[in-house]
Design a protein around this ligand. Structure first.
Ligand code: 5GP
Ligand code: ZN
Length: 114
C-alpha cells in the first residue's frame, strides 16, 4: 500500500522509533503518546481494519497480543497493568487504516474510555 503510513514505516521510507521487530510485525513508539508507554504493534502485512481479518490471520492477531504482553513486561508494567486497544473505523477514532494494537501503560487509565 503505497499511501499507507505504517507500510512506509515498515519499508523504512519514513522514520519510526522501532522497539521490536520480527518476520510478522513491528512495534513502534506512538508519535503522540497518550501514556508513559504507548507502543503500536503493527503487522508487516497491510490489513486495513479488523473487518478485513480472515481465519488465516488468527495466529497473527494472537502473536500481536502476546507481543504486547511481552513488551508490557519488559517495561515493568505486567503487574501494574496495561491496556491493549484496536480502534476500528470512524466512531472508534481509527485514523491509520493498517491495523495496529495500541499498548498503553504507566498511568491509571480510566474506564469507560472516551
Ligand atoms: P488510530 O487512531 O488509528 O487508532 O491510531 C493511530 C496512531 O498512530 C495514533 O495514536 C497516532 O498518534 C499514531 N501516529 C500517527 N502518525 C504517526 C507517525 O508518523 N509515527 C508514529 N510512530 N505514530 C503515528
Ligand atoms: Zn499499510
Amino acid at each position: 500500500m503505497s499511501d499507507c503510513l505504517f507500510c512506509k514505516i515498515i519499508a523504512g521510507q519514513i522514520p519510526g522509533a522501532v522497539v521490536y521487530q520480527d518476520d510478522a510485525l513491528i512495534a513502534v513508539k506512538d508519535i503522540n503518546p497518550q501514556a508513559p508507554l504507548h507502543v503500536l504493534i503493527v503487522p508487516r502485512r497491510h490489513i486495513a481494519t479488523l473487518n478485513d481479518l480472515s481465519p488465516e490471520d488468527d495466529a497473527l492477531v494472537g502473536t500481536m497480543f502476546r507481543r504486547a504482553a511481552a513488551l508490557a513486561k519488559e517495561h515493568g508494567y505486567d503487574e501494574r497493568g496495561y491496556r491493549t486497544v484496536f480502534n476500528t473505523n470512524r466512531e472508534a477514532g481509527q485514523t491509520v487504516f493498517h491495523i495496529h494494537l495500541h499498548l498503553l501503560a504507566g498511568r491509571s487509565l480510566t474506564w469507560p474510555p472516551g
